[in-house]
Write a protein that binds this ligand. Structure first.
Ligand SMILES: NC(=O)C1=CN([C@@H]2O[C@H](COP(=O)(O)OP(=O)(O)OC[C@H]3O[C@@H](n4cnc5c(N)ncnc54)[C@H](OP(=O)(O)O)[C@@H]3O)[C@@H](O)[C@H]2O)C=CC1
Ligand SMILES: N[C@@H](CC=O)C(=O)O
Length: 377
């Protein structure tokens, strides 16, 4: 018998739209696997598009394709309007409707809530829907990196939560760590380069390109966060480090992690609008970054933004490393993570590959959804 998995997607930007496209293009594969992903709702920052009857109807593939066309043009879901098949709700009504859907489906058919937003505000609704029996799959790191109290609530039913794409995009980082930890193998040390953006930026600057230009390319390639300062400030890496540290049992917050930023405070989000930063702020940083990269190069080294996690230590920052070291050899948006444990002692477990981009990130989210299929009737 075919298994139906109802989904509600929060956030349909680069990653969310790519997920919808993967869902549509994998229909025949999923059908062979006996699974049907039934998208009952999609929301952006202002509105929700939802099937008229979430128990029996869904947004069909034509509607999902239309959602992607509208969102990739930069328009709001509101432009789609109501039809017999679906309805549009504007915030704050949309939020109430989301909870209604979660209440109706959470404890009956089940509902997978997919967070592909980049918002720190989704934690409230995620904690509510988890209580209502829903599953949660996240590409968004922010819900996992708010307070310990929120984290504990969100992880209260760990079997119903997946977040592989939050660290290393589609790379199997979280799954590998969970397997090591659940077998009682203690992890002593993790070191990695976990920013696709900073990896790409550093290797392109090493090749002589201006910093400002390669940051803009990283944005257009889908590597950066919506505001690239999240990457350049080191905060995105700090969030990934915190997710890993909490997985290892450290009860720490973002404030406990020292972070090194590539831009000065006066170019921060509270002072400069993102467009202003991209056009006027970034070029002011070109010379300084190029000099740092050249200084490292004259020592036979490269700069990498490194994350180190040990029993009671969690740090992120720029390190000058030999060109020939595992982290120094990284090119482009690749990430690498070395995990040392009792079993992986002399030779650490190494996970390496594309660590950013809409395609690989959305593929990681899709694999997470398939991974929880047994929880659905
Ligand atoms: N790109 C990558 O390589 C990777 C990305 N990620 C994560 O994936 C997430 C999505 O990234 P990306 O697609 O690039 O981001 P985008 O900015 O392209 O898209 C974000 C989407 O979220 C919507 N949104 C914002 N706030 C809310 C809210 N409160 N409720 C519901 N929807 C909301 C936005 O709505 P609107 O359209 O109205 O603005 C938009 O549709 C981020 O958290 C990122 O960290 C993780 C791993 C890798
Ligand atoms: N902006 C992030 C995307 C994945 O988390 C990065 O550059 O690594």
């Amino acid at each position: 018998m075919r298994k139906n998995i109802p989904l509600l997607l929060m956030g349909c930007g680069g990653v969310g739209c790519q997920l919808l496209q993967h869902i549509v293009s994998c229909r025949s594969l999923h059908s062979k696997l006996g699974v049907h992903l039934r998208v009952v709702g999609v929301c952006d920052s202002k509105s929700l598009l939802v099937a008229s009857d979430v128990l029996t109807m869904e947004l069909d593939d034509t509607s999902l394709t239309e959602v992607c066309q509208v969102k990739l043009k930069g328009s709001s879901l509101l432009t789609l309007g109501n039809s017999g098949q679906c309805k549009v709700f504007l915030n704050p009504e949309a939020m109430g409707k989301i909870i209604d859907v979660a209440t109706l489906l959470g404890r009956s058919t089940g509902l997978a809530f997919i967070d592909c937003s980049a918002s720190s505000e989704t934690i409230g609704v995620l904690n509510r829907v988890v209580d209502l029996g829903c599953c949660v799959v996240m590409a968004n790191k922010k819900p996992l990196t708010s307070s310990m109290e929120d984290y504990d609530k969100l992880l209260a039913y760990p079997r119903r939560i997946r977040h592989e794409s939050t660290v290393g995009a589609g790379l199997p980082v979280i799954a590998s760590l969970n397997r090591i930890l659940s077998s009682g193998d203690p992890v002593h040390h993790i070191i990695g380069s976990l920013s696709g953006t900073l990896g790409y930026v550093m290797s392109e600057v090493e090749d002589g390109k201006p910093f400002s230009q390669v940051v803009k390319s990283a944005k257009s390639l889908g590597y950066t966060e919506p505001d690239p300062r999240d990457d350049l400030s080191g905060m995105d890496v700090a969030r990934k480090a915190l997710i890993l540290a909490r997985l290892l049992g450290q009860r720490i917050d973002l404030d406990n992690i020292k972070v090194e930023s590539l831009y000065p405070e006066e170019m921060g989000p509270n002072i400069m609008h993102v467009e202003d930063f991209l056009v006027n702020g970034l070029p002011l940083l070109d010379k300084g970054i190029q000099e740092r990269v050249e200084r490292a190069s004259s020592n036979g080294n490269v700069l990498r933004y490194v994350c180190v996690i040990e029993e009671s230590r969690c740090e992120v920052g720029i390190q000058e490393l030999p060109k020939n070291s595992p982290l120094g050899r990284l090119r482009g948006s690749d990430n690498v993570l070395e995990i040392s444990s009792r079993c992986y002692n002399q030779q650490p477990l190494v996970i390496q590959g594309a660590g950013a981009g809409n395609d690989t990130t959305a593929a990681g989210v899709l694999a997470d959804i398939l991974d929880i299929q047994d929880l659905f009737v």
